[in-house]
Design a protein around this ligand. Structure first.
Ligand code: ADP
Ligand code: MG
Length: 242
């Protein structure tokens, strides 16, 4: 039996005359890291937008835990356990770093509008639990000491880590990271944890995880599969047809 949490079959997306994603067959196995690699414009973000339900495919199908996602909108896919980060960092600047991570937990909270508005004990207790868990996720990405900081006061690399913590806080079954590492122009400190923290989280929480970037991962043991959009650059790995 296949252990794939995510499979795409013949996935295509065209914008007018431009085919951004062309016949992509991708398989992400539960508990493994899968990388999608290609140069700018290769279609990586579009592929993630298709999986997250931001765009509907022109043709092809996406299967999550063996079932076709069909036309399910983004919030239904999020409820199923598909979480993603964005290539461009999107954080709430009127909240602290910790509160940003707490927002990841809120879709899973059970208290209602009135319990929150009237500050009833149920809402209070649940908020405390959410805050404790959010602290754990902040620690996991190495940002525990910055919980009270305005997220935009952090360097870009740490902002990206914060978005990973927020995505982890949704307790996903599949985590999609769109260019999670620092940009080439924003080289991070080698110990900053961009590559370590998803691995730690995978061992700690056990979920499938798919990352994308321009270069292959240097640690083949981490990646179930490299799917490339530039076969000349990355000979020897499987390539996506263009
Ligand atoms: N909403 C859109 N409308 C039209 N073209 C788009 C849209 N989104 C992406 N594209 C085009 O699709 C191609 C793939 O883009 P993208 O998925 O962002 O690539 P990558 O993330 O690999 O850099 C690019 O040529 C881009 O201009
Ligand atoms: Mg992109």
């Amino acid at each position: 039996m296949s252990s794939s949490i995510l499979e795409t079959k013949g996935l295509c997306k065209a914008f007018g005359g431009l085919t951004a994603v062309d016949e992509v067959d991708l398989s992400v196995e539960t508990g493994r890291i899968t990388s999608v690699i290609g140069p700018n414009g290769a279609g990586k973000t579009t592929l993630f937008n298709l999986i997250a339900g931001v765009y509907m495919p022109s043709s092809g199908e996406i299967y999550f835990e063996g079932k076709p996602l069909g036309n399910a909108p983004p919030h239904k896919r999020a409820a199923l356990g598909i979480a993603r980060t964005f290539q461009n960092v999107l954080l709430f600047d009127n909240m602290t770093a910790l509160e940003n991570v707490m927002t990841g937990q809120h879709p899973r909270s059970r208290y209602g509008f009135f319990e929150a508005a009237l500050r009833l004990p149920k809402a209070h207790r649940e908020e405390e639990t959410i805050s404790l868990k959010a602290k754990q996720y902040l620690n996991l990405v190495g940002l525990g000491m910055y919980s009270d900081r305005n997220p935009l006061s952090l360097p870009l690399g740490q902002q990206k880590l914060l978005t990973i913590a927020r995505a982890l806080a949704t307790e996903p079954r599949l985590l999609l990271l769109d260019e999670p590492g620092p940009q080439r122009t924003h080289q991070a400190h080698p110990g900053d944890g961009h590559h370590r923290c998803p691995r730690r989280a995978r061992h700690g929480f056990g979920y499938g995880h798919c990352r994308m970037g321009h270069r292959p991962r240097q640690r083949p043991e981490d990646s179930g599969r490299h799917c490339l959009t530039d076969p000349e650059e990355q000979e020897g790995h499987c390539s996506l047809p263009r």
